[in-house]
Design a binder for this molecule. Structure first.
Ligand SMILES: [Zn+2]
Length: 392
């Protein structure tokens, strides 16, 4: 094929004529022209003249734009087609930084943020989406962010199918004057398999794609196990409270903490818990709430005294025996305070758990983690079952 040659005699204005000759001597005449449709006798005398001049010079191929009209091209009015054509081919961008000013014609793409831009792009991309879907590739596309999905049991087969889809996509892009960028392409194998399978990743435009463990699509992080953990972490990080809102929250938090503290101290009843835990603590509440229901019941029984210590059971039973079952000291009533603070038979247990041989007051346990109290309660398991022989 020899280089095309513009036939200047027939070109000019809205007409361009080029001659192309193949190696075998076959001649093609390409004509591109604009025909303002509002002329009374389309296709107009220009076409008739071209046909007369060039019909015997070779095979004629005529491309004409006959239904777009715009004031800018000298038409009497502007229609939708003319408006779109102008938007795509007659855009001018003005840009300035300081004293530098640039004015440039833009002949490609659609305006960023233009109302019509997404629709025009859909008209362009629609064919490739349909072509790929026919081959079994699921396509998810939002503007120019395209995801190709292939599901299957055998990883290498999936990779081979993806290779075919990428070749199709790459060819389409080239045909349409577009480019695909391997370095901006993420390849993720989504699998719940314990052992991550090995396979040969496909290539895009001759570049072997790197396998990633996650991909970000429209702001969402998709991890290879689809656990959403990474996405949740990222959201939490972005949503973390920043000053000055943070300061307001601290003020609000302090206000309600003080209010709740006063409410707790003003509470009628709850004598033992208020002596053990006079100050409210979020950390302790969290620790309590992390316990299982039976363990929580056990700890609450201890700190409220509402468990089967003899000080309580002797009120219900007719025997009236209320002395400590552990130290067997008939002078000592079996109360929570005695068990936690003074019972000589529990010295070792108390020392191991709270670091004291004898506690003077229940408030010694104010900073003790509920888990430690639970251990003590477990040691005194007869508290919840009663009638069993205590074994300190
Ligand atoms: Zn005792």
């Amino acid at each position: 094929m020899r280089s095309p040659m513009v036939i200047s005699n027939n070109s000019g204005g809205d007409v361009t004529v080029a001659r192309l000759e193949s190696k075998s001597g076959r001649v093609h005449i390409f004509i591109s022209l604009y025909l303002p449709y509002e002329r009374p006798d389309p296709p107009g005398h220009e076409v008739e003249e071209l046909l007369e001049d060039l019909a015997d010079k070779g095979h004629l191929i005529i491309g004409c734009d006959a239904n777009a009209h715009h004031f800018q091209w000298g038409s009497n009015d502007t229609n939708v087609r003319g408006w779109i054509d102008t938007m795509l081919s007659s855009r001018i961008i003005n840009s300035s930084i300081g004293e530098i000013y640039i004015r440039k014609s833009v002949m490609r793409g659609t305006p960023q943020g233009g109302v019509l831009s997404p629709l025009l792009w859909l008209l362009v991309i629609n064919n490739i989406i349909m072509d790929l879907e026919v081959t079994g590739t699921k396509v998810v596309a939002y503007a120019d962010d395209v995801v190709l999905l292939i599901a299957g049991k055998f990883v290498q087969t999936i990779s081979d199918l993806m290779q075919g889809a990428l070749v199709t996509l790459s060819r389409w892009a080239r045909r349409n004057g577009l480019g695909v960028n391997p370095s901006k392409t993420e390849l993720v194998l989504f699998t719940k398999r314990r052992k991550y399978p090995t396979f040969t990743p496909p290539k895009l435009d001759g570049v072997r794609l790197n396998l990633s463990l996650e991909a970000k699509y429209l702001g969402t992080i998709l991890d290879h196990r689809l656990s959403w953990k990474r996405n949740t972490e990222e959201r939490a990080k972005r949503g973390s409270v920043k000053p000055p809102l943070c300061h307001f929250l601290q003020v609000i938090h302090k206000h309600y903490s003080e209010k709740n503290q006063q409410k707790w101290l003003d509470e009628i009843g709850c004598t033992i818990p208020k002596r053990i835990w006079p100050t409210l603590s979020e950390k302790r509440t969290r620790s309590l709430m992390s316990l299982s229901k039976p363990d929580l019941k056990l700890v609450v029984g201890i700190i409220t005294g509402h468990c089967k210590v003899r000080a309580m059971t002797s009120k219900w039973d007719s025997d009236g025996i209320d002395y400590c079952r552990i130290c067997q000291d008939e002078e000592e009533i079996e109360t929570i305070e005695h068990l936690l603070c003074h019972c000589p038979a529990l010295i070792n247990v108390r020392h191991r758990l709270v670091g004291e041989l004898v506690s003077h007051d229940l408030s010694s346990f104010s900073n003790t983690d509920p888990v430690v109290i639970l251990q003590l309660a477990r040691r005194l398991k007869w508290l919840k079952t009663t009638r069993q022989t205590p074994q300190p």
